[in-house]
Design a protein around this ligand. Sequence first.
Ligand code: UD1
Length: 374
Amino acid sequence: MSISCVVGARPNFIKIAPLITEMQRRGLEFRLIHTGQHYDSVMNDVFFDQLEIPLPDINLAIGSASHGQQTGEALIKLEQDFVDHKPDMVVVVGDVNSTLAGALAATKLNIPVAHIEAGYRSFDRTMPEEINRVIVDHISDYLFAPTNDAVENLQAEGISADKIFHVGNIMAETLLRNMEKISKRGKPQDMDLRPQGYAVATLHRPENTDNIERLSSILSAFSKSPLPIIMPLHPRTKQAINEHGLGHMLNGRLRITEAMPYIDILSLVQNARLVLTDSGGLQEEACVLQVPCITIRDNTERMATISVGANRLVPADQDKILETLLDVIEHHSTKWKTPELWDVCVSQRIVDIIRDALLRNARKNQEVAFNGVA
Ligand code: UD1
């Protein structure tokens, strides 16, 4: 019985790490396939090192391209890999283009697909990730949902209940398992920061980076913040700031750094007063770390972080961002209950279900072969 796991982008690496450890612990045979969607050392190698993920069995080196080209290339190469290695199941995680390509290639070959982080919905079809999520969920056979609202979304779309499993949030498991390293890391040497005396910001979504009005409005709010804001830059954001000629806005309280490795950024977040972000994962990580989050988007698929009181949505508007930032600094209590099953047993629940499914499928195939012979 062999399982092919597909990863491609930074958040995928974070989500696959505990699953790999659990499969190793239980002696399950697996093949780790990296599409190569993310390739820069800071977006890729350091995550594998810090999260102690084994080197991929293959890197398909698809790199950056338009959505169609990137997904198409991953689809062609993944299909070939599945044909060559004949996995009994394909596991995909999250909502990036590599996730879609993996699920599509597998399902067309009639290989069962398991989707980790199923059921999240922003209900915004202009987001590439939303398209990926919806398609992947509708072609997957085992849907591992992180929250109750994700389960409800899947049920509302008519997906049969026997495919849906509420297992909790694997990103939370990765974070909890790395908590000791995160707490020990301490603040960066070259930054004069006191605990709770600064904010951490990240920005990488095309709707914020590729629109000059939105991007300048956000940067302007950050530069006027009453607290220093540390902003590690995603390569796309760095490119957008250069292309739009907005380098002069990186001033005032805003301090930029290179993109940061996993342990380093979470250590920074752990000691921050608040987080400002458009990332999906960071909304959840801030929630687990009991750090208030302001999400600079019109919607979020991570509704549980809002309902427990850890996260607020704010449009990309300078005044609204500043107003919310001040309100969070003055009033936001940093105590909430993290959502149900965001614990260290998520990978164990998933592997239990995967292993049972593989055994069931193997028995069924044996019966078919036996009946065929008879
Ligand atoms: C992808 C995911 C997004 C996720 C993000 C995490 C999709 C549709 N989007 O977005 O959901 O939140 O990863 O980072 O899959 N680049 C580099 N080096 C790299 C990778 C990217 O310089 O290693 C630059 C390139 O200019 C590239 C751009 O970043 O064109 C965007 O990369 P891409 O993989 O297309 O999407 P992300 O924005 O990273």
